[in-house]
Design a protein around this ligand. Sequence first.
Ligand SMILES: [Zn+2]
Length: 188
Amino acid sequence: MYHDLPRTARFWSVLFAIDQDVAETARKEGCSCGGRLHYANYLRKPRGTPVQLPEPQRVRLSFCCDRDGCRKRTTPPSVRFLGRKVYLGVIVILISAMRHGPTPRRVHELSKRFNADRRTIARWQVFWREHFPQSSFWKTARARLTLTVPVTSLPYSLVDAFLSRHPDDVGWTLLLRFLAPITITGGL
Ligand SMILES: [Zn+2]
């Protein structure tokens, strides 16, 4: 049963380390204009984290080009933040998944704990039910999955596919990595 988040501080620092790696790769590549990238992070205050995240982990890593006339922003994919949502990706996935899971009653409990109101959860549902299955990301990425993931029960079927093989931290980390491409603009 996958009705809770990994609670260890270690899990969150592993996610942060993955984000740092991905960001470092983007920084080394530089801007498309040939300019160098400098850190210009967004401070995020993710809601309802199961553990108190240390300050450095509350930022969405991002860059600005150093060339005058360009100054373009580059925000690499993240395993922690889903797009512009203030909630951590893992919370968005978990609460949405539980609507389809074996224990729908958990939704109420979880949304209370993470401070997510009905309207927010409804928006997440629309995302998983309507936008996500239609996305080109999903159309390509689903071919890489070796298990069948029924679209009608997204994202529960996705959580199930990953966590049934790798329980807890590892499964969550692999799932978040799988979804990381959709966390940037145009990634869907
Ligand atoms: Zn540039």
